[in-house]
Write a protein that binds this ligand. Sequence first.
Ligand SMILES: Nc1ncnc2c1ncn2[C@@H]1O[C@H](COP(=O)(O)OP(=O)(O)OP(=O)(O)O)[C@@H](O)[C@H]1O
Length: 227
Amino acid sequence: MNALDSAPLLQVEGLARHYGTQPVFSHVDLRVQRGEFVAIVGDSGVGKSTLLNCLAGLDHWDAGRIAHAGVDIGPMDEARRALWRRAHVGFVFQAFHVLPQLTVAQNVALPLMLLGMHDAQGEAQVQEMLAAVGLAGLHERLPEQLSGGQLQRVAIARALVHRPPLLLADEPTGNLDPDTAARVMDVLTRQTRERGAALVLVTHALAAAQRADRVLRLTAQGMQPLG
Ligand SMILES: Nc1ncnc2c1ncn2[C@@H]1O[C@H](COP(=O)(O)OP(=O)(O)OP(=O)(O)O)[C@@H](O)[C@H]1O
C-alpha cells in the first residue's frame, strides 16, 4: 500500500469560508475513512450546504485544505476538478437536478454515460440501483410523472450508480415518508459498508444521524463531536 492509499479518503484542515465580509465558518477539520459514515448537523444557515459544496469542489473556500485520498483538490483547475468529481464523487443535492427530458433510467445512467461505462454491466447497475431505491417499475417514466419523493430517489440512484468512493448527501431524506427514508438510508449505508465508500451526510433528521458512526456539529467556530 502506498502513502496515498493509506491516506484518509477525505481530509479537511482549517477550512474557512466567507461571503464578502460575512464569515460563514472557520477552523473546520474533518477526516473520513473508507467505509465510514459521518453525519453533520447544525443550525439552519450555519453553512452545512456550503461545506458540502466545498467538499465536492463545487464551491471555493478562503483558507484551509481539502484532500481526497491524499490528493489536494485546491490547486486543480475547473476542468480537472469536474473530471475528478465525475469519477470520484456521488452528490445527492437538496434540489434534485433531475433532467426533465430524460426517462428515469436515462437519468440514473447519466454518470455511467459520461464515464464511458454504460455497457451491459452498467445497465445492470442502473436496474439494480432502481430496485434498491424502490423504483423498479418506473424506469421508462419521465420526471414530470413522478412524485417529489420518487424524484429524490432518482437523484440518489444516479449519485450512487457508478459506485463513487465519496458520497456527499444534503438532507437526502427530507422529502420522504419514514419507510422510504429508511430504505434510502439503507442504500446509502450499504454502499458505505459493503463497497467501502466514505459517506458525509448533512441532516436535521435524527433517524438518519443515528445510523452514523460519528455525528459532528458545525458551528461558526468549527466542527465538534456531538454529545
Ligand atoms: N450567495 C450567497 N451570498 C451571500 N450569503 C450566502 C450565499 N449563499 C448562502 N449564503 C449564506 O451563507 C450561510 C450558509 O448557508 P448554507 O445554505 O450553507 O447553510 P445551511 O447550514 O446548509 O442551512 P440550512 O440548514 O437552512 O439548509 C447562510 O447564512 C446563508 O444566508
